[in-house]
Design a binder for this molecule. Sequence first.
Ligand code: FES
Ligand SMILES: [Fe+2]
Length: 361
Amino acid sequence: MNTSPNNWYVASWSKDLAVGEPLAMQVLGRPLVLWRGPKGEVSALDDRCVHRLAPLSRGRCEGANLRCRYHGMVFAPGGEVVEIPGQDEIPARARARAYPVLERHSWIWIWMGDPARADPDRIPAMVGLDDENYYLGAGTLDFAADAQLVRDNLLDFSHISYLHADSFALGDAYAKVPPRIVELPDGLQYQRWLENQELMPGNSMLVDQWSNYSFRAPGIITMATGAYPLGTARALDLGAPDPSLPGMNITFTNQAITPMSDRSTRYFFSWGPRRDCGTPELAEQMMALAYRAFTEDKEMVEAQQRMIDLDPSFPMLGTHSDVGVFRFNARLREIEAAEAAREAAEGCARVHLPVHAGAAE
Ligand code: FES
Ligand SMILES: [Fe+2]
């Protein structure tokens, strides 16, 4: 669970948070309650009533507010207590921690760190479930494992050839053809042409398969794939195809990895065809395949976690296919070191301020 709180994390699908029905979630080990007020607005607080620490997610929505169902304290969306039954005076410290939240691309995003840093522009461009150009299905799967192992799984697609040999059934090309990796300010982009591939299992037409996969901190993924006539990869000198280039089986997936605790991770994913390449029924079939394949990931990663926990000091052996894992984790450490240095500098400024102000009085 080694990612900074100063990130947007996906807390829920938007569709899974109904008006008036509080939802319990945990991110980075913190229990959270999310709820949607009468105008559809989303709020998030620590899921602990300040009175006797009962979970507020067992509470009741009252207009925009949330009432604890134990002894009835009422919390406003900003976290302040606005009613204590049987008591007129409300202490100033009667307040639950509130978190910045916003909805974008059909997800509810929560900022777990310094609210002053919660910049919505850090959420990348993605494809929502309502996008008029795609038919996408939505899924969620929990892993009983550290988010680090789920991230590492998704940073090394060589496992597709083996772990998903029967589900995705894509042969050994993913293990043998390395991607071109491009650095992003907040992660990595993998671009990969697989030449001379069957169009899909059961259709032996030969094509060049393209995928463009971005993996951003703290674990936000987008991937576009498409099939193009044989020779396209060479004609483009293995460069990216222009979106206007006619292709087949063009698909898009959005995915997010949210660390809930040290040993639990929620994986959110959508997948489906571009509308000119498929139908809503195809999106459903693709999601059934995704659930099958991602359950293979879940079972392997959970078994890997149990093995690691038997002896956490046991060393791993890096291979060429781990290059993305190493580069992303190095990138994450760089981003977080820069953030720590900035916080330390700002901390010094804060310490000096009162001294200066006091001297002026
Ligand atoms: S625990 Fe919430 S009001 Fe008592
Ligand atoms: Fe996988």
